[in-house]
Structures are given as C-alpha cells and as structure tokens.
Design a protein around this ligand. Structure first.
Ligand SMILES: [Zn+2]
Length: 224
C-alpha cells in the first residue's frame, strides 16, 4: 500500500496534479470534502456522526475524520494505496494520522509538497475578473480578454469581486499557509517530505512528483 499525502496551498495546482498521480499510480484521489460527502450520502455510521457535527456548524473532530478515512481506505479500490488531499490540514492532524497508521503497521510513505511562493499564489488567485453585464469570466494570466478591461462578448467593463482582490486573498492565504508550513515541518521531521517546484510547467511538476515517488519506492524499506 502506498499512502501519499499531497500538500500545496490553494492555487498551487494540487487538483491537477492529484488527477495525474491518480491516473499514473492507479490509486484513488481521496479529497477530504468528497470523503465526507460520500460517507454522508452512504449513511455509514461514522458518516452520520460527522454529519451531526457539520449540521451543528462545528468542525468534525480529528478522530471522527480519521475513522471516515479508515472506512475509505478499507474499500477495494484503495487496496494499493491512496492520495490524500486536504487531510492532514494541521500538524495535530498529521500526528493523529501517523498514530492511527502506526497501529496498522503502516505510515505515510510520501508527503509531496507542490511549492509555490506566497506572492505567486496571490497572483494566480487574484487574476479572476468578470464582466459587469453578464458575469463572463476572465483570468489576467490564463484567459485574458482581447481588449484589456473589456468583455469580449458584450463589451461591458470587467470588474473584480471583493473575494478575488489581492488584499482579500493575501489575508486569507496567511492563515492557510501557516497551517501548511506546520504540516510541512511535521513531514520534514518524519523524513517523508519531498518538495517539487510548483512554478515549473504542469508536466514538469508531474514528472517531479512521480520521480520523488519512484525514489521512495526503490530506496526505503517498509516498517514491520
Ligand atoms: Zn460579458
């Protein structure tokens, strides 16, 4: 079983890379949001327990999340492993996951960090503009309008929502990056961390991630 934790800030391209890893490794991409939605839809006992916290507007406790994860990892499609995305989100959760896996004679084989500097994340995340007339979406870097500041379709001016402004994004990122840094340090200390430069083209990032996994698979004996 190969258990991979995929780490990266919002805007680092984690979703794109998770899909590549899933297809190349043949193991499922287990994103925390999907995990809860599926457990609740299937009305599993631990799914219902998680739902009771969510319905009350509370955070699902780590031990409940880990039991939802345990249930997911017990499914046949995860027999060869899984790519975890969105969990662990904090250093405390990373420690809880290690403890849970150690009980099963297992561990996180690799924590793969897609590293993108904070200001590049701000640029990526704050590039969204919409037209005033109909909300047609644009992105300053990925999908710019033909004429700056004007909608290609209807010629109306492009505006930026408060949520998409650099200062809003910078503030929101700060706390997310603090959590991410703590998780990164956790896996640095366990030796599972591998870092890939997230500013490289998408295909190079994929190659870097797959190369890091190959190196781990060939060099590290499993415990027990
Ligand atoms: Zn428009």
């Amino acid at each position: 079983m190969t258990l991979v934790v995929l780490l990266g800030a919002p805007g680092a391209g984690k979703g794109t890379q998770a899909a590549v890893l899933r297809d190349r490794l043949g193991i499922p991409h287990v994103a925390t949001g999907d995990l809860f939605r599926a457990a609740i839809r299937d009305a599993t006992p631990v799914g219902l327990e998680a739902k009771s916290y969510m319905d009350a507007g509370r955070l699902v406790p780590d031990d409940v999340t880990i039991r939802v994860l345990e249930e997911r990892l017990g499914r046949p499609d995860a027999a060869a492993g899984a790519i975890l995305d969105g969990f662990p989100r904090t250093a405390v959760q990373a420690g809880a996951l290690d403890a849970f896996l150690a009980q099963r004679g297992s561990r996180v084989d690799a924590a793969l960090l897609i590293d993108v500097p904070a200001e590049d994340l701000v640029k990526r995340l704050s590039g969204r503009w919409i037209c005033q007339a109909a909300g047609h979406p644009y992105h300053a870097a990925m999908n710019p309008p033909r004429v700056a500041g004007m909608c290609d379709v209807d010629g109306s001016p492009l505006v930026q929502r408060d949520d998409d402004r650099p200062e809003t994004i910078r503030a929101r990122l700060a706390s997310q990056l603090a959590d991410l840094d703590a998780v990164v340090e956790h896996y640095r200390s366990t030796g599972a961390l591998r870092t890939v430069d997230g500013l490289r083209p998408i295909a190079d990032v994929s190659a870097g991630l797959l190369g890091a996994l190959d190196a781990i698979a060939t060099s590290t004996p499993r415990p027990g």
